[in-house]
Design a binder for this molecule. Sequence first.
Ligand SMILES: NC(=O)c1ccc[n+]([C@@H]2O[C@H](COP(=O)([O-])OP(=O)(O)OC[C@H]3O[C@@H](n4cnc5c(N)ncnc54)[C@H](OP(=O)(O)O)[C@@H]3O)[C@@H](O)[C@H]2O)c1
Length: 335
Amino acid sequence: MGKLRAKERREQRRLEIAHLRELPYSPAERYQHPPPPRRLPYRSLTLCLLLRWWSSETVAVVTGASRGIGYEISRQLAVQGLCVVLAARDLDRGCTAADGLRAEGLNVQFRKLDVTHSDSVQEFAKWIGDEYGGLDILVNNAGANFNTGANNSVEFAEEVIATNYLGTKLMIETMIPMMRPSPNGARILNTSSRLGRANGRRNRVGDVALREKLMNDDCLSEELIDGMVANFLRQVKEGTWASNGWPQVFTDYSISKLAVNAYTRLMSRKLANRPGDHKIYINCYCPGWVKTAMTGWEGNSTAEEGADTAVWAVLLPSQLVTSGKFFAERHEISF
Ligand SMILES: NC(=O)c1ccc[n+]([C@@H]2O[C@H](COP(=O)([O-])OP(=O)(O)OC[C@H]3O[C@@H](n4cnc5c(N)ncnc54)[C@H](OP(=O)(O)O)[C@@H]3O)[C@@H](O)[C@H]2O)c1
């Protein structure tokens, strides 16, 4: 019964989102469509439509974008008229993806980027500075996961943590100085997962003291987050991780996304006092369970649907934009 209700709720939500996604972004076109149902402010795309702040000069970078959700985020941002840098680590796949989008008339440029290699990230930062004078939007989408179904191997834990958490962190640290000043604020969006919730019902961190520290803004620090992932990786090496209260499902991946979530909240606080045009808003989101290579093509939604909340979140008008939040399906969810 519970499962049936959850399925019905998901379907209802899917239909609502599908309706929102049909709404045009230009105020002129808007009046040709029926008014949308009443919504909470974060969901109020109608308002967003009236408050379009970006232009063809707005530069958005999407990492890990040669396929899956990242490719779709790139496409949808370009469809909204932004200048998109589709960043991917594989030259051929990246070029092919960007060429395909350009063939549709979209303003998309490919640039090679491996988020786990400091040299690659530094080279990318220099290039974005030389080419565009910086960027306005960064979507940290690149991610790795080696488990599907009921598997829970930690064989690739180092790579998972290096890509999902350390790669995201490196990109943020390196790109912050490159974010262009703007009255609308620059935006960073980290791709996370509900599996990374510290208080998730089924996948929570068993160590209560650690969980409490992670959830308490006053205790949150880079040392705490880095220490947590280092501790986990040490236990993986020693073969002791299984009995230490880590999340039970896709453990390495869940810890990497838990770290991304905590780091998003931490950076939001660190960036909060930047003045006027130098503001940077940083949030994270979960795309849902999406049919991509990562899930072995299993899931509830398509890459197009999974990308939707990312595009919505980074395009929020300055009157609604916020920081340090976790989003899914165009609304705020708890950490
Ligand atoms: N699918 C889901 O259900 C789901 C749910 C929650 C969150 N997410 C998150 O959504 C994001 C996109 O995942 P997806 O489902 O679209 O999976 P995907 O199709 O496997 O895409 C992952 C992308 O990340 C790239 N990548 C991996 N390591 C990289 C690195 N070191 N440097 C640069 N790029 C790298 C991959 O590049 P290559 O092509 O070169 O391997 C690939 O393009 C990930 O962060 C994932 O954790 C997905």
